[in-house]
Design a protein around this ligand. Structure first.
Ligand code: ARG
Length: 263
């Protein structure tokens, strides 16, 4: 009777709990096949060189770090692509166990999700067409400013727009859509970090990238509030730093970093 109760209890409560914790049923089949357990990561694969599509594969700096951490922790990585604005809700609902999407920790975000130690710091850039230049917040006056929906850049642009009514904010889901709007002249400037800006410029030489004075942001890995993965990831990143794996990943994706290593 007792063991029957336990079996019932196990199958009714604990198994579904297992599904819930791992976030998807594939994890179960992987475990059954004796493979490594899976961990599901959310990203917004529209930001080269951090997370983007090469043919049908999602690749980049963040993806390589995530793979290295997963390997170090004995897990296989499953990557789910979505709009940037869907990432935090996906963490909150447990659809993904963590997010790597060049996400910047902010006090508002920290109220609803947790962040790892930052893994990178970058300046912000203003991307314009060649004949225009924006070098500071003041330079946004009278401009239509393109930003990614749900990003810290959107928040920044909206703050500027409340101070200066001549600034108009134009939010879209994907960075490539913003670049298209810029090229076709429907907006004047796009705000993003310097590295993706330069990556877009490489394929669109008519673009100009200017660093925005006094604006730098950091990137960190995001987790659902209270997730036990946070500390495990922090430790793993430290190990990868000491072993030189992080430098290798940097050298692979950041050509200027490669030049520094050489020089
Ligand atoms: N760092 C900015 C933020 O956290 C933008 C990140 C955009 N990431 C992306 N994969 N498109 O809001």
């Amino acid at each position: 009777m007792k063991s029957y109760f336990f079996v019932k209890f196990f199958s009714i409560f604990l198994l579904p709990l297992g599904f819930f914790l791992t976030g998807c049923s594939e994890d179960q089949s992987a475990a059954q096949e004796g493979k490594l357990p899976q961990i599901v990561m959310g990203t917004s694969a529209d930001m080269p060189p951090f997370e983007f599509y090469e043919a049908s594969e999602i690749v980049g700096y963040d993806i390589d770090i995530a793979r290295a951490v997963a390997k170090e922790l004995g897990l296989t990585l499953q990557v789910r692509d979505m709009d940037f604005s869907a990432l935090i809700p996906s963490l909150q609902s447990g659809r993904v166990a963590f997010v790597m999407a060049s996400m910047t920790p902010t006090p508002d975000r920290e109220k609803v999700i947790d962040f790892s130690e930052p893994y990178l710091v970058l300046p912000l850039a203003a991307v314009t067409l060649e004949h225009k230049t924006v070098k500071s917040e003041k330079g946004l006056a009278g401009k239509k400013v393109g930003v990614q929906l749900g990003s810290t850049h959107e928040q920044f642009a909206r703050e500027v727009a409340t101070r200066d009514k001549t600034v108009k904010v134009h939010s879209l889901n994907k960075l490539a859509e913003l670049i298209q709007e810029l090229i076709s002249g429907r907006i004047d400037v796009v705000i993003m970090e310097t590295k993706p800006a330069k990556a877009f410029q490489e394929v669109n030489p008519q673009l100009k990238v200017s660093a925005l004075a006094d604006h730098t942001v950091s990137f960190a890995i995001a987790f659902p509030k209270g997730s036990p993965w946070r500390e495990k990831f922090n430790k793993s990143i430290k190990k990868l730093n000491v072993s030189g794996t992080l430098d290798e990943i940097k050298a692979k994706w950041f050509s200027d970093y490669k030049d520094k290593l050489r020089g």
